[in-house]
Design a protein around this ligand. Structure first.
Ligand code: BGC
Length: 956
């Protein structure tokens, strides 16, 4: 690689850069020097204003101490920010001139992200307005940004005057075949009069269970599976909706449907759900109305509400699905149950009073701190076929969410809708990998005709939908079904593409792994009777996810749940929210340390480190409690699902468990030391860094001999990957350890033989030891086990096992989940190295554009919506000529490394694996000091700032 060094280092380089940048700008950025003054005098305003972890104009916001972020416009006159000013006020008319809450003053800084609010204290319900402006690198200022706002939710339990309500019902509840109480969904309602003209209204609402709410016949919001999944015994998230437009002056009705969900239903392992016997779903709501005359009215959930379980929702379970019986209609007087005209007196057999309970003093009620889940995408079936009179629709894509049916039925008939990720060879649904989860919805028709329905309080993992019980006189149509894809409402921020359709399918599978498993919390799988927040899977996938989607808030919220679930002995549960008991596990629980760092590194937000620092340090204490003679004895399931493992429980991999646990102790120490440095805790930083060195020495002494061989347990790829990847062997034996790692690959016939812990390290470690060529070989391999093997077998998502299904053998006995994102961790290397976009400092403020170029591909690249704006890096290889197309956003500096060679596909001889690129190097058409005819040479090149660059190494 030819590095393009910092121009700051030398004045002569600076001179070169000026000449060079003039050429670039005039050719690429399409503005002329004659217009220069005009541009600099009216700098375009900052854009995309967000607060804290990327929230846009939130209502019911959780954070009274927010931070502010903005992006500089893509404009020829703006390379970087030199100063900024933020003004914050309680009313829009006060801005920008009279900010009554905070004026940052003009701050000399190039920071555009996560600037902390330092103004007057903010309170629950408060509406806050803000604007920002910046000065560019030449000292010219911009216009003020457009006005942005946020409104705080109810920040503490004392803001609530509502009570938890639920239907009065006889106990004990009936049990199902799993011995789980059956919670028939509840309908809760009240009516009230708004006797003045309404200025605005907010509905603050949550549930122990899942809810949807309605006002005057209209659904409130479009979120699904609210309030989401937190450690309910510690914290329940609340939602806020602006319902000003749903209310009327006069009579109003509010209704809530309530189901068991994660809170009260059969969820998690049996020993846990059996404890849920006395737990029943409850709802909490507080409607606050502000009249135009300034007075207020509050309507709360209390004993005056009414409830029924005689509505059409008969059963709703996350694992087992939903049952809707249209005969249980809740309509009269031409009105639905959530409209004011509906008369409960006309249906006295249905409506009962509710029982109420006080807000728990030890359970926090806090506004949701990440995005809600929504219906994000709709998939139409690609085909249908008939098996045993049932119709099976194929959506062509394994997905997570629900199916909407729109099909003909006959009165009284029962429509059965079943879901599966695969089909057997006879065309029937493959459901063996679902555990005890039935994943089955039922609709009972009250009249003949077309039924249009989708469930409210369940989700399924599926590609195939089987329906039976429809009107068989009608010929099945593809449009009878659609798949509604549900996941946390973030934007996809990273896009990777290449010339290889299989690699692109892998990328698509990685992306669908995220869509399928980021449903309020990160889960291992979305289909079987598990769907839990396994920490190890999250540890593997977090860096990849942060590129693919704006998952900053999602991770920060889940980290809060991890903090809340940390045991008194400092251990971190293996599953969060904890549904499995007191299990702590090396390589899994370490997510409590690695994920805050990953989030910080990819976003630049220091708060995630501050918030989690105490937890991280406590986690180190737990590690220390597990040491014996400097080596960790911490429990671990090991390198989970390593192929060809000879261990008795083959799922647990062959790598020595003490080696794994000690390696992760060291890894956590290393990250805590780096965190302490960022947080300027100098003493801590020194302390953890020296502990790291100590553990490194212990690790090497315990597990390696002087020839770099593993001396305890079996030598495996993962043992060397951990040692080299976590920097745990000394320089003296490093080379030998590297050679031993390569020997392990040789023994495996050039294949990977790693599980959940080793696999994410393969490509980065091979690169660290200078074997990118082999990393590429592995990445493009199609034989089992490999990333492209499932792709060759038709996978549309990442699988739990590399060979879950094969064309010749069908589903293996323990196929496992076909939607498990952990092996998708390779995505990070594809984006960082194949596309070549790597952060050099936290939050992509400085980036390195340094793609690995290979003849496996003729082009590859990625676009990433970074915290500063769009970064692009694409390369094209055509007959030995290389073209790179790069975009750097404002306020970012890039070191661009132009590859000096290409990795040649399938070359047996090591010497032929690398082919030098020769020729003339140009940037935006201008030759850079090039010694043409020989290898390309770059002598004097600057760091690159905002702009678009086309770099060529051409033969001429
Ligand atoms: C989960 C995994 C998890 C593992 C750990 C499995 O059942 O699906 O993804 O990490 O257990 O034991």
């Amino acid at each position: 690689m030819f590095k393009l060094p910092l121009f700051k280092n030398s004045t002569s380089l600076l001179r070169d850069w000026r000449t060079y940048s003039f050429v670039c700008l005039s050719t690429v950025l399409l503005f002329s020097c004659a217009n220069k003054e005009k541009y600099v005098q009216t700098l375009a305003q900052p854009e995309q204003l967000t607060i804290s972890e990327g929230f846009v104009e939130p209502v019911g916001f959780y954070d009274a101490q927010p931070s502010f972020s903005w992006k500089l416009p893509v404009d020829a006159s703006v390379k970087a920010q030199s100063q900024y000013r933020i003004v914050v006020a309680s009313s829009p008319d006060l801005l920008p001139g009279n900010p009554d809450l905070w004026d940052s003053g003009v701050i000399n800084s190039d920071t555009t992200n996560f600037v902390h609010y330092e103004g007057n204290e903010l309170k629950s319900r408060q509406r806050v307005f803000w604007q920002v402006k910046y000065w560019n690198e030449r000292g010219f200022d911009s216009n003020w940004s457009a006005l942005a706002s946020f409104e705080l939710g109810l920040l503490s339990s004392s803001d609530w005057s509502a009570e938890w309500i639920e239907i009065e019902q006889p106990t004990p509840l009936e049990l199902d075949k799993f011995d789980t109480p059956i919670h028939i969904p509840q309908y809760l309602r009240t009516t009230f009069t708004a006797d003045k003209s309404i200025k605005s209204a907010r509905l603050y609402i949550t549930a122990k269970g899942l809810f949807e709410s309605f006002i005057n016949g209209n659904r409130v919001g479009s979120d699904v599976l609210t309030p989401g999944y937190t450690p309910y015994h510690k914290r329940i998230e609340t939602l806020t909706y602006d319902v000003s437009k749903l209310l009327v002056s006069g009579e109003n009705a509010i209704g809530i449907t309530l189901a068991e969900g994660w809170y009260a239903g059969r969820f998690g392992p049996k020993r846990h759900w059996h404890k849920k016997r006395n737990i029943t779903p409850k709802a909490l709501a507080q409607l606050e109305i502000e009249y135009t005359d300034g007075t207020r009215k509050i309507v709360v959930t209390d004993k005056n509400w009414q409830a029924t379980q005689q509505g059409p929702l008969r059963r709703s379970s996350l694992y087992d699905g939903e049952m809707f019986d249209a005969n249980f209609s809740l309509k009269n007087n031409n009105a639905n149950w959530h409209e004011p005209q509906y008369e409960t007196e006309n249906a006295p057999e249905k409506w009962r009073s509710v029982q109420s309970s006080n807000i728990d003093s030890d359970v926090l009620l806090e506004p949701k701190r990440h995005f809600t889940s929504k219906n994000k995408q709709v998939l139409a079936p690609v085909s249908l076929h008939k098996v045993d009179g049932k119709i099976i629709f194929d959506l062509g894509q394994n997905m997570v969410g629900v199916a909407r049916v729109n099909l003909p039925m006959i009165e009284g008939e029962k429509l059965k809708i079943r879901f599966a990720e695969g089909i057997n060879s006879d065309g029937s649904l493959y459901t063996k990998n679902l555990g005890s989860a039935a994943q089955e919805d039922t609709y009972v028709a009250a009249k003949s005709g077309v039924v249009d329905w989708r469930p409210q309080f369940t989700f399924h993992g599926f590609r195939y939908v089987e329906v039976s019980g429809f009107d068989e006189k009608e010929a099945p149509q593809l449009d009878w079904i659609e798949g509604i894809v549900q996941y946390t409402d973030f934007e996809l921020t990273g896009h990777f593409t290449s010339s290889d359709p299989e690699l692109n399918q892998l990328q698509s599978n990685i992306e669908w792994g995220l869509k399928g498993n980021f449903l309020d919390i990160p889960t291992d799988c979305p289909q079987r009777s598990e769907r839990l927040g396994w920490t190890g899977d999250a540890l593997a996938f977090a860096p990849t996810s942060l590129f693919i989607a704006d998952s900053h808030a999602f991770w920060s919220a889940w980290l809060q749940s991890i903090r809340e679930e940390q045991f008194d002995n400092h251990g971190i549960p293996v599953v969060v929210p904890n549904e499995v008991g007191e299990i702590v596990q090396a390589g899994w629980s370490d997510a409590a340390v690695t994920i805050p760092w990953d989030v910080y590194w990819r976003t630049g937000d220091e708060r995630v480190l501050k918030e989690n620092y105490t937890m991280m340090k406590r986690w180190i204490l737990y590690h220390q409690s597990q040491l014996e003679n400097g080596v960790s004895k911490m429990w671990t399931v090991g390198d989970w699902l390593q192929p060809y493992s000879t261990r008795e429980d083959s799922r647990r991999g062959e790598t020595d468990h003490g080696l794994i646990s000690t390696a992760f102790y060291a890894r956590s120490l290393d990250i805590v030391a780096r965190t302490a440095k960022v947080l300027q805790r100098t003493d801590d930083a020194k302390h953890y860094a020296s502990l790291f060195e100590e553990v490194k020495a212990n690790f090497q002494a315990a597990f390696f001999d002087q020839q770099g061989n593993i001396k305890q347990g079996q030598p495996t790829q993962t043992s060397y990957l951990l040692a080299i990847g976590f920097d745990l062997v000394s320089d003296e034996i490093l080379q030998a350890a590297e050679a031993n790692l390569m020997k392990q690959f040789e023994i495996a016939g050039g294949h990977l033989r790693t599980g959940f812990l080793g696999t994410p390290l393969i490509a980065p470690v091979l690169e660290k030891i200078g074997r990118q060529d082999f990393a590429l070989e592995l990445l493009f391999k199609e034989s089992y086990p490999s990333w492209l093997f499932p792709v060759s077998q038709g996978a549309t998502t990442m699988w739990e096992r590399w060979d879950g299904y094969t064309h010749d053998k069908g589903y293996v006995k323990k196929a496992g989940s076909l939607n498990h994102y952990a092996y998708g961790a390779i995505g990070q290397w594809m984006y960082d190295r194949l596309a070549g976009i790597t952060p050099l400092s936290a939050g992509y403020k400085e980036v390195r554009i340094s793609p690995i170029v290979t003849t496996h591909l003729s082009h590859a690249g990625a676009t990433y919506q970074s915290p500063h704006g769009e970064i692009k890096s694409y390369w094209f290889l055509n007959q030995g000529e290389l073209r790179m197309e790069i975009t750097i956003p404002p306020n970012v500096t890039a070191t661009i490394e132009v590859p000096s060679f290409v990795y040649v596909k399938n070359s047996v001889e090591t010497t032929n694996k690398i082919k030098k690129l020769k020729g003339l190097l140009t940037v935006n058409g201008a030759a850079l000091n090039v010694d043409s005819g020989n290898d390309i040479q770059i002598n004097k090149n600057p760091q690159f700032s905002a702009g678009h660059y086309v770099i060529r190494v051409s033969k001429k």
